[in-house]
Design a protein around this ligand. Structure first.
Ligand SMILES: [Zn+2]
Ligand SMILES: [Zn+2]
Length: 149
């Protein structure tokens, strides 16, 4: 990991290394706040700004990806291999979707106007837990006894 950081010209500090490690270990696409609260015991001098800046630096160096800028706070993905995301619009959970063939043919005019470097595919909807909560919420107020008559 130290080697990876050095290769991308990211100055290595124990805090930066710990942030990078956390990000790669966690598979839930954490936000800066999530990583900060996890490391604050280990590094009492760590600030949220340092976590933000480090994640920003890692992402501009190609060592992680920013997921879903629609979230109120950016979420980061330590997995930089191509994969898609399933994003819950209620709880903002981000699930990985691997090994799904996906190809899209862009219209010819794009080549003249825009050089595509990368792409991101995300599906928005409800995770299982939020589906259950939504279903429970929608039947609230209905008296089951009155329906069996
Ligand atoms: Zn959800
Ligand atoms: Zn991911």
């Amino acid at each position: 990991m130290v080697k990876l950081l050095k290769e991308r010209d990211v100055q290595v500090t124990p805090q930066r290394l710990a942030i990078f490690e956390r990000l790669v270990i966690r598979k839930d696409h954490p936000s800066a706040e999530m990583i900060y609260s996890e490391l604050t015991h280990e590094f009492p001098s760590l600030t949220l700004v340092t976590v933000y800046n480090t994640l920003q630096k890692l992402s501009s160096s190609g060592l992680c990806c920013k997921v879903n800028p629609l979230h109120s706070s950016a979420r980061y993905d330590g997995n930089t291999t191509a994969h898609m995301h399933l994003i819950c619009s209620t709880c903002e959970k981000v699930l990985d979707l691997h090994d799904v063939p996906f190809s899209i043919e862009l219209p010819d005019w794009v080549a003249g106007e825009f050089q595509v470097a990368n792409h991101m595919v995300a599906f928005f909807g409800l995770c299982r837990q939020c589906q259950i909560s939504a279903a429970a919420g929608s039947t609230e107020g209905i008296n089951p006894a009155s329906r069996t008559a």
